[in-house]
Design a protein around this ligand. Structure first.
Ligand code: FES
Length: 140
């Protein structure tokens, strides 16, 4: 799958997340988020928490940020915007699933071979829970 434009870098907010939808190799739609980084680049991850994988980080109105980290509204886990590593909370040490993006000439492109761009915004068909493991909810 080739590079597909997601949005202009200027459309990615500095104080919350930009939501978009991709399709995986099986054609399943998944939501993903873009995060504006302090160096002018952008990172991207699938839109679900590592604590309870059926919980979306961005529920359609932007996931909150604290000191540049993404905050899960459910139990306040925080994830580094650049690495996706959980630095605080019940899933500390876990990492968000990355989606490869690249910034070129002021635009953000999806460059991940595992995903195809579908649209900006949410996808009603995303079940959030990407795991087939019934133990996907870590103990809390
Ligand atoms: S579901 Fe996100 S911190 Fe618990």
């Amino acid at each position: 799958m080739g590079a597909e434009r997601i949005a202009a870098v200027d459309e990615v907010p500095a104080d919350d997340t930009f939501l978009y939808t991709v399709a995986d190799d099986a054609g399943e739609h998944r939501e993903a988020i873009l995060l504006s980084l302090s160096d002018g680049t952008v990172s991207s991850f699938l839109n679900y928490c590592m604590h309870w994988t059926d919980v979306k980080l961005d529920t359609g109105d932007g996931a909150p940020l604290r000191n540049g980290d993404v905050v899960c509204r459910k139990h306040a886990a925080t994830f580094e915007a650049d690495t996706g590593v959980c630095t605080h909370g019940p899933c500390e040490g876990a990492e968000l699933d990355p989606v490869a993006v690249d910034v070129r000439d002021g635009d953000v492109y999806l460059v991940d071979d595992d995903y195809e761009f579908v649209r900006t915004g949410a996808d009603a068909g995303d079940p959030a829970d990407l795991s087939t493991d019934p133990g996907a909810r870590l103990g809390f």
